[in-house]
Design a protein around this ligand. Structure first.
Ligand code: NAD
Length: 346
């Protein structure tokens, strides 16, 4: 991959390649945009097959953070970092301290946070070296409850458009993935009187949801084909593609999983099927709002975060109506909405 050519194509501002022989650190920090403010995005620690895979991932993810932070109304730009290698063998206090020194060398142009294989304790460890981290335990902390709240608010907005009422009472909702976000989402849905159908690869999570929420257990094959009003994918990405969306029995899709559609064509296909898709990064922004406000606000306040998370309801409505007006998919309308916010500040 030609790095500068890619930066030109996708508009990245700066990329820092990091190597430290003593601790075996190989990392790439990508700053996509600081137009709205310092770039924010987590650090992913992953054993990439090739350097090219890592570069591709960090370029894609950092651009995604620019759009997500802009659409969430944060005065923050987008960035992301990847550390290459096996976290189980490499990660140590010294390793994270060395990595944090490089974050610090950017003087606050980039703030990092939790992501795959970087947890809250790792962030706290980096915080011993640099203040340019967020999602810090004891301050904004665990993002998942805020993410779940945002999904719930977005889902209600989508339901209002699709079903004529934003009440989720008696709606049948399939939840795929009962981890930190999916399980907390079930709590909101149950409280509002929805009927839940749930699946997780871990059977103990299903058992818990059946006991606590009176959910009906379904199996993996039934997730996409089960009769329901709403499908909430809260496990992994790329669940839906042009080859499987025809099987869906839902009328609305609203979940936490990032990049849940394989591509823009899948968004177009859902539009044709009259299934309303609520763009992932619009409704799953609660977590980034939480850690973003740790950076932008003088004093962190969970109440202020909740108020901004609840505004996901209005943002969702705005994107749905913009998609209708322009006769494009909500997937494409979300990108246009976020890009317009960034471009207005250039
Ligand atoms: P998690 O790891 O706590 O939970 C994921 C759950 O999905 C686990 O219980 C796992 O067993 C289950 N799972 C994995 N593969 C599955 C499959 N094929 N079918 C059904 N279940 C499966 O993760 P999380 O923090 O709850 O995040 C869920 C999704 O939301 C992820 O895609 C994540 O990237 C995204 N997301 C999370 C946040 C956040 O604040 N945690 C914010 C934005 C986006």
């Amino acid at each position: 991959m030609k790095v500068l050519e890619s930066m030109n194509t996708y508009g990245h501002e700066q990329i820092l390649f990091v190597h430290d022989e003593n601790v075996g650190l190989n990392a790439i920090i990508a700053i996509h945009s600081t137009v709205l403010g310092p770039a924010l995005g987590g650090t992913r620690f992953f054993n990439y097959a090739t350097e090219e895979d890592a570069l591709f991932d960090v370029l894609r993810l950092s651009r995604g953070m620019t759009l997500k932070n802009a659409a969430a109304g944060l005065k923050l730009g987008g960035g992301k970092a990847v550390i290459m290698g096996d976290p189980d063998t490499l990660k140590s206090r010294e390793f994270l301290h060395v990595y944090a020194k490089y974050i610090h060398s950017l003087h606050g142009k980039y703030y990092t946070a939790e992501d795959v294989n970087i947890n809250a304790d790792d962030v706290a460890c980096m915080n011993e070296v640099t203040q340019f981290v967020t999602g810090t335990p004891g301050v904004s902390g665990n993002p998942s409850p805020f993410t779940a709240r945002g999904i719930y608010m977005g889902m209600k907005a989508g339901a209002g458009v699709k079903f004529g009422t934003d009440s989720l009472k008696d709606k049948t909702i399939v939840v795929q993935g009962l981890g930190s976000v999916g399980y907390a989402l079930c709590g909101y849905l149950k409280k509002e009187g929805a009927h839940l159908k749930v699946y997780d690869v871990k059977s103990e999570n299903i058992k818990k949801a059946v006991e606590e929420f009176g959910a009906a257990a379904i199996n993996g094959e039934e997730v996409l084909t089960s009769e329901c009003d709403i499908f909430a994918p809260c496990a992994m990405g790329a669940v839906l593609n042009t080859g499987n969306v025809d099987a869906l029995k839902c009328r609305l899709i609203a979940g936490a999983a990032n990049n849940v559609l394989m591509d823009a064509e899948t968004g177009d296909a859902l539009e044709r099927l009259d299934i309303l898709y609520l763009p992932d990064y619009i409704i799953n922004a609660g977590g980034v709002i939480n850690c973003g406000m740790e950076i932008t606000d003088q004093t962190y306040s969970a109440d202020a975060v909740n108020a901004k998370v609840d505004a996901i309801y209005d943002t969702t409505l705005r994107i749905i109506s913009s998609a209708k007006e322009k006769n494009i998919s909500t997937y494409r309308a979300a990108d246009e909405y976020a890009e317009a916010i960034v471009n207005s500040q250039r």
